[in-house]
Design a protein around this ligand. Structure first.
Ligand code: SF4
Length: 327
């Protein structure tokens, strides 16, 4: 196994740990690590600052800066900081990256018993077993796009990358066997060019597979291939959030979550029931692994907040419901 000497931490994580000056956020609940290498990821996802073809600053992932630290400092920070409910390792794609992630996971396990996630591309069953045995509880294999064609355009064949829709799906099925039900997640980035019907179909397919879905709003980052692509309309994002929440919490069967003649997501239920069921605001909070809230990952602190990383106020719930245009 290779020795890892340096890692990246999300700026927010480094602030929470006191490794960088800044005001800690009491709601910050996940410590985000990222593998570090000199050079970029060998994949080429069109939205990603770490992509091989990106001209972005290589410190960035989404709209977040990820400074480099000695692993020993990051582990020390992790062991001395209260409030982390989960640790997540973001994995760049490069030869033998699993060796580095396995090493990091073992070292993290030495100092923390918090649930540990790894967000990675498809890996072999043997590699999954190695990660699980090193202490990784949950694996995330990001689809990002909701259809095979969009996947090809955003991160597959048309990007000159090795990722394939079919092998990502196959890898998630294998991961369910290794990590168990409830321990495999994927990402859906809303706003890459899909229709609401395609986003909804993706949610239903993942739900049937038993794979959890973390929702992201597309965020243009300068220097990436999609730097001029707009973020999704808030109303679309709110409807996708509502569909995910109702489906994955088994509050509504898939047959009652429909696409109307206007192409929008709708629900075949009484509108009062819908308002009441969404009134806690949970549908509009960050989704993904349990305990992960990714503050300001795809939004500016000044808003609009696509994913709320904390409980919503009553006014914010009303606002989110109005934005959904569902009632
Ligand atoms: S695999 Fe991950 S880090 Fe690499 S380009 Fe794609 S999104 Fe970025």
């Amino acid at each position: 196994m290779t020795e890892v000497e340096e890692v990246r931490l999300s700026l927010g994580t480094a602030i929470q740990m006191g490794l960088v000056d800044g005001r800690p956020d009491p709601a910050f609940s996940t410590a985000f690590f990222m593998t570090y290498r000199k050079g970029r990821c060998i994949a080429n996802c069109a939205f990603c600052p770490q992509a091989r073809g990106s001209k972005s600053h290589s410190d960035w992932l989404s709209r977040i800066a990820w400074p480099v630290f000695p692993l020993a400092d990051a582990l020390d920070g992790l062991s001395h900081t209260e409030g982390f409910n989960r640790v997540c390792i973001q994995c760049l794609n490069y030869p033998h990256f699993v060796d580095d992630v396995e090493f990091m996971a073992r070292r993290i396990r030495d100092v923390s018993s918090a649930p540990l996630s790894a967000a990675t591309g498809p890996v072999t069953i043997d590699e999954m077993v190695r990660l699980r045995d090193a202490g990784v509880d949950n694996i995330g294999i990001a689809m990002d796009a909701s259809t095979p064609a969009l996947f090809s355009r955003i991160k597959g064949v048309e990007r000159g990358a090795n990722f394939r829709w079919e092998s990502h799906i196959a890898s998630m099925k294998e991961a369910l066997k290794v990590f168990g039900p409830g321990q495999v997640t994927t990402h859906l980035i809303v706003g890459l060019g899909e229709t609401e019907a395609e986003a909804l179909e993706f949610l239903k397919v993942m739900h049937d597979l038993g794979v959890g879905v973390g929702l992201f709003a597309f965020t243009p980052v300068r220097g990436t291939a999609l730097e001029n692509h707009p973020p999704p309309p808030l109303s679309v994002y709110r409807r996708v959030q509502a569909a995910r929440y109702l489906l994955f919490n088994n509050l509504l069967p898939a047959s009652k979550i429909l696409i109307g003649s206007d192409g929008r997501i709708g629900f075949d239920v009484d509108s009062e029931w819908l308002r009441e069921t969404l009134s806690a605001g949970t549908a509009f909070r960050t989704s993904g692994c349990v305990g992960c809230n990714r503050p300001y990952y795809n939004e500016r602190p000044s808003g609009p907040l696509y994913n709320y990383h904390r409980p919503l106020t009553e006014e914010e719930v009303e606002q989110a419901l109005a934005e959904s245009e569902l009632m």
